[in-house]
Structures are given as C-alpha cells and as structure tokens.
Design a protein around this ligand. Sequence first.
Ligand code: FSX
Ligand code: SF4
Ligand code: F3S
Length: 311
Amino acid sequence: MDKSFDVPERLAVKGVTRRDFMKFCGLMATILGLPMSFAPRIAEAVAQKRPTVVWLQLGECTGCTESFIRSTYPWAADIILDTIDLAYHETVMAAAGDQAEQILEDTIKNNKGKFIAIVEGSIPTKDNGVYGKIHGKTFMDLANQVCKNAAAVIAVGNCACYGGIPAAKPNPTGAKSVSEVTGVKTVNLAGCPPNADNMVATVVHFLLLGKLPALDDKGRPLFAYGQLIHDNCPRRGHFENGNFVKEFGDDGAAKGWCLYEVGCKGPETSHNCPIIKWNQGTNWPIGAGHPCIGCSEPAFWDDLSPFYVKK
Ligand code: FSX
Ligand code: SF4
Ligand code: F3S
C-alpha cells in the first residue's frame, strides 16, 4: 500500500468531474452507514491505498464480475480496479495461459498473508474435484492455495458464499462454498448476483478503515444485509392493508400491490435492494413487479422455491 495517484486526473480522462467523484464518495458513505462528512476521507482512501488482490472465478456464471463492472457509477469499478493492485482476474487480466498462472504463483509467494482474495463461484468436490479445473489444477486445490495464504477472503455471489445454483439439488458435482472447502471464514457478499455497489463499498470500507465490515450470522456485512427486504419495501403498506396481487397481470399488479401471494420472499430475505436498487439505481425486482426470490439467502434455490408460490 504505497503508491498514491491522482483520482480526479484519471477521472477527467473519462469525462467525469470532481463533483461526480465526490457524489460517488457520498454514496459510499451512505451505503456504509457513515456520516456524509466521511466523503472526503473516502476520496483520500481511494486515492492512496493499494492492496494486492487475487480474484478467482470458479463454478459460476460470471454474473458477479458482470455485476461489479456495472456499478452505479460506471467508472467506479475502473477506479477500484485501478486503486487495488489486481494481480489476477481471469476475465479482465491481459495475461493468459502459463503467463497468467505464473503471475498467480508469484503473487501468492511474494504477498503471503497480505493480499485479499475475492472468490466468485462454488467448488465441485465430487470425484476429487475433477469437475472444475484451471490450468490442470482443481478448483479445490486452487481455492485452498489462494484462500489459506490470503489476509482476508471475500466471497462474492451466492455460489461462493453458500454453494448457490451448482449446489442446488441434486448437486451432481458435490459443489460447496468457499468456506466449506477451505475452512477459511469468508465475508459473504450474497446475492445472485451480488449488488455492485455493495461490492465496491466493501472494498472502500477496507481502504478507509483497514478492516473488513462487521458481519451477520451468515457472514454477510451488516451494512448491506442488516435489514429485511420486507422492512424497506415500498409495497409494505399494501401488505398491511391486505392488497395482494393474485396473479401476474391482474388489476392488483397494475396498481403495484404486494407480491406476497405470488411468492415474494421479501419477508425472509435480508438485503438492501429497496434502498440502493440496481442498474445505477434505476429499479429493482419488486419495483419492476417481480417477487423477491430470496437470492441473498443460503440455499434459496432449494429452500425458497417454487418461487412463484406463497410458502
Ligand atoms: Fe453464482 Fe456469480 Fe449467481 Fe452467477 O459469478 S451468484 S450463478 S448470478 O454470477 O456465482
Ligand atoms: Fe413484503 Fe414482498 Fe410485499 Fe414487499 S412485495 S411488502 S417485500 S411481501
Ligand atoms: Fe435478490 Fe430479492 Fe434483491 S431476489 S436482488 S434479494 S429483491
């Protein structure tokens, strides 16, 4: 963590003003539950700290990386990717093949106990992990090698946090979460995929305070998963008044009534979706008339399905 660089100067190249950058820092403060007065400190932290990060992609759909690079401010992910020393990330790194794997080996050796590991995807364990390999190495071996040598491990997406869809019944590959396989306690950014702004905020929290955020009993940061969807849902008044959508496309749906009877799992799902929304704050599932399917809860594919039925 040595080098500082001029963030406003870099942003100017992308046509982003200093004012926009400060707005981004204000948004980060809001998501993290910090006072607005922290915005200048966030700006400073983002400009100066430089932790080494290894980002693994295991059994997954790359939705987590896709989500990350579409953060609220499209350039925020760029800034974070510039701010951190992203030594290894299969989707965005320029190196490939032997060269990429050599970078990974060298990064682990030279930064033992100091780098941050970010992992997306679950890990197949059946038949000695043969169902997932990179460069001849099983995901099991790769995850153990990286996570056991990292200072901290952030699991992004339901797959890495809890097994996700690869671990749903009948789980043919014996897929497990990162912490189950490695024994390392992970910060779980749950969701399928997780929200980019929560991912960026977790990195900002680390840059600002030098530590990872406080977690709930499922390993999720409290700042993002401390409240139920149901508690912040704009349709809650309709729930209380007994105004329910009975089937998609009915009169209640047109009026924006509560989706509980068409399967909404908001009452048992913790996530800040109603507050920060998705796609640059444009909308979120319930806002678009779709019930919450509980994508930030462990084993939601099995435990909360069928999705369109009241449980
Ligand atoms: Fe899993 Fe991530 Fe769902 Fe996909 O990579 S959390 S399948 S959206 O994206 O791992
Ligand atoms: Fe609760 Fe879902 Fe109804 Fe919103 S739509 S009030 S989260 S049950
Ligand atoms: Fe997932 Fe429900 Fe939010 S489905 S994206 S937790 S509204």
